[in-house]
Design a binder for this molecule. Structure first.
Ligand code: NAP
Length: 268
């Protein structure tokens, strides 16, 4: 028998990898789905399988989220479909090469998808969620958001944005009934790596997690109420200490005089 619906989850980048696993897991949790990516044939394949296996309603919308008009269509869906109770901002791509070996046009394309599209989709979803007093936003960031030295710097910067934006939303939306989670996957076994310029086989297997384990851990983290989930981090206390160190800086980050180490004397 089909479980009662938890509403509809709109998942971007659901044609492969992490997004396709979110689709699978959320359908099994009782969500109907709207799956978004560019490749319609792959989306339809995921939708058919999940529809058959779970009995949930699964719709697909082909859209290039780097294209303003396509993005606007998805924003409109989020603004007008009151059945939507969850948004998984997952579509994104990365690069492994440094500045000297990458084109700025490709980097701008990355910012457009990883940052601008995610921002616009969030802006489209939040007012309805707030009005209805419920909703879940899962933003797929990356560990490179906190260690940007590891891969391409623009990719790291784009994921640092996702983390910072999510932390801010958690504060802004605290009393609205909306859950907002940032997920920071480490290396995950998907097509991401080949597309980013490093074949997955070249990544040491001891640092690569399956997409299934990554998503299952992230969803478990969501249920635990984690605002930030790092699926492989053994001791959550390490993240809490990192956050505590950041907050400890807060009282001194904006003062009316420079620090004494700059030896500027009394200001005039
Ligand atoms: P993936 O298998 O390459 O999936 C990327 C998804 O995004 C695909 O469904 C792709 O579908 C979609 N997409 C790409 N460009 C798009 C566009 N312009 N418009 C709409 N959809 C687009 O890689 P993945 O690992 O699952 O990546 C998912 C997310 O996880 C990304 O945000 C990535 O940065 C993040 N992440 C991945 C890793 C990792 O090691 N794999 C680690 C940390 C974070 P179409 O090609 O059909 O459009």
């Amino acid at each position: 028998m089909t479980q009662s619906s938890k509403g509809t989850a709109l998942i971007t980048g659901a044609s492969s990898g992490i997004g396709a696993i979110y689709a699978d897991r959320l359908a099994r949790q009782g969500y109907d789905l709207i799956l978004v990516a560019r490749n319609k044939a792959r989306l339809d394949e995921v939708a058919k399988r999940l529809g058959d296996e779970t009995g949930r309603a699964v719709e697909t919308v082909a859209a290039d989220l780097g294209n303003k008009a396509d993005l606007a269509r998805i924003e409109e869906v989020l603004r007008t479909d009151a059945s939507i109770t969850a948004l998984v901002n997952n579509a994104g791509f990365g690069a492994t090469a440094p500045l000297l070996d990458t084109s700025v046009d490709k980097m701008e394309e990355m910012i457009t998808l990883n940052v601008s599209a995610l921002t616009r989709l969030t802006y489209a979803a939040v007012p309805g969620f707030a009005a209805r007093g419920t909703g879940t936003i899962i933003n797929i960031a990356s560990i490179v958001g906190i260690v940007p030295e590891v891969l391409n710097g623009v990719y790291g910067g784009s994921k640092a944005f996702v983390l910072a934006f999510t932390l801010s939303l958690q504060k802004e939306l605290a009393d609205t009934g909306i859950r907002v989670q940032a997920v920071l996957p480490g290396a995950t076994a998907t097509e991401f790596w080949g597309n980013a310029g490093t074949p997955l086989e070249h990544v040491p297997s001891e640092i690569v997690m399956s997409a299934e384990n990554m998503v299952d851990a992230a969803l478990a983290g969501l249920e635990l109420g984690e605002k930030v989930t790092i699926p492989s981090l053994p001791d959550v206390g390490d993240w809490e200490a990192y956050e505590a160190a950041r907050h400890k800086l807060m009282p001194n980050l904006s003062l009316n005089k420079p620090a004494s180490r700059y030896r500027l004397g009394a200001s005039t």
